[in-house]
Design a protein around this ligand. Structure first.
Ligand code: ADP
Ligand code: MG
Length: 386
């Protein structure tokens, strides 16, 4: 029988997620809070989501048997890992509702396809060229330099990127990246970075979280701030409109994060998309009346998507493994008791067995009644973290 993708899947059913990382773990928590059972597909026996889920299928994403087992357990499936092969999503979609669709995920996995999609939606992005051959490399316009050479696939947290100032550096950079398919982007003068999370249902309903202002350190998200006045009002409007056009253009179902640059001249430029909840949306767990993970549950089950409301000013601090190695080479957890003595601090740890430098171990959501108060608490928390 054809898959009924529009059926409402009520609590009591089992929801599946491809990928066992922290995003899958927080999805599982949200689903379980609403009375769903959860199943995770991830090879790793100690994956953060596998540890908290009712079912854990321990195979590779491409394993047809693992996918069949997941399909038998679940009423619907979503993904938390960007690089799940689209083929795996398509195999599952033959027997149960899957969101987002393989076709949407495939676009988000490939920077060249992603940029072509932005152009198609009429949303401005950085000037760029696709480099897949020595001929395309030679034909690159000088106007794109200085630029950033990025592998088209598999990049994350600033990995797979080389900054190039000259043609010679460009040629050497492509060599260094293994002559794989790349995108060269013009280096833009950034005033801010921001992102917007939208959730879209199968019926076309679309809701959004407020615009998040993001600070990165060494290519990894460090801080997200969401409160009145965190960004100029015109860019806030534009970012929400642009994020919705990108989602509608994909006929997207599920939670989508759209990342933007705000340039020195105030222009808004789209950077990239993530077809899943995003690190910059974690504040929604404590500062919104509906979190990005609950939006993921609601969109995959065809439950109503209601516009989320922010009830607190908020700052999220990412907790990287580096914090465990402040004073010595043996891992030592930060002073959580001191942090949690501060008002409005909400600790989220992902249950990862080993702390490692640059590894995302957790995050701290800080909430307060006003931007001033939340900034003051964040400064104190950062002081304790060191
Ligand atoms: P990732 O997939 O690793 O997140 P991004 O494309 O978002 O890769 O790049 C990581 C960071 O590098 C961005 O958040 C931004 O700070 C910087 N960056 C990327 N592209 C540009 C650009 N064209 N101009 C200026 N800075 C950039
Ligand atoms: Mg990014």
């Amino acid at each position: 029988a054809p898959v009924d993708t529009h059926k409402v899947i009520l609590p009591g059913a089992t929801l599946g997620v491809l990928g066992g990382g922290q995003l899958g773990r927080m999805f599982a928590h949200a689903a379980q809070a609403m009375g769903y059972f959860t199943a995770v597909l991830d090879q790793d026996a100690t994956s953060p989501a596998g540890l908290v889920s009712h079912h854990h299928v321990r195979t590779a994403y491409e394993d047809p048997q693992g996918l069949t087992e997941l399909a038998q357990l679940c009423a619907a499936v979503t993904t938390e890992f960007e690089n799940v092969p689209a083929g795996a999503l398509n195999q599952l979609a033959a027997s149960l509702p899957v969101s987002p669709a393989g076709a949407s995920v495939a676009i988000a996995q490939d920077r060249a396809a992603e940029k072509a999609h932005f152009v198609k939606c009429g949303v401005p992005c950085a000037p760029y060229a696709v480099i897949e051959s020595p001929e395309q490399l030679a034909a690159v316009n000088d106007a794109l330099l200085p630029g950033i050479l990025k592998t088209a696939r598999m990049g994350y947290d600033g990995k797979g990127q080389i900054r190039v100032k000259t043609r010679a550096e460009l040629v050497a950079g492509w060599q260094e990246l293994g002559r794989v398919a790349c995108v060269l982007e013009k280096m833009l003068p950034l005033a801010h970075e921001c992102s917007v999370i939208v959730a879209r249902g199968r019926d076309g309903t679309i809701v959004n979280l407020p615009v998040q202002r993001n600070l990165h350190r060494d290519g990894i998200l460090a801080v997200t701030e969401v409160y009145e006045g965190n960004l100029p009002a015109t860019q806030v409007e534009q970012a929400i409109t642009a994020a919705k056009s990108v989602a509608i253009g994909l006929d997207y179902v599920g939670v989508l994060c759209v990342e933007f640059f705000v340039l020195d001249n105030g222009q808004l430029v789209v950077n990239e998309i993530a077809p899943r909840p995003h690190n910059s949306g974690h504040y929604s767990q404590n500062a919104m009346d509906v979190s990005q993970f609950e939006l993921q549950v609601r969109s995959m089950t065809n439950l109503p998507l209601v516009q989320p409301r922010q009830h607190s000013a908020t700052i999220m601090l990412n907790l990287l493994g580096d914090l465990w190695f402040k004073d010595s080479d043996t891992a030592q957890a930060p002073a959580w008791d001191q942090i949690l003595a501060l008002p409005g601090c909400h600790l989220h740890l992902y249950g990862k067995v080993d702390a490692k430098r640059a590894r995302k171990m957790g995050h701290l959501n800080i909430t307060a009644a006003t931007p001033e108060q939340v900034r003051a608490t964040a400064l104190k928390a950062a002081g304790i973290l060191g």
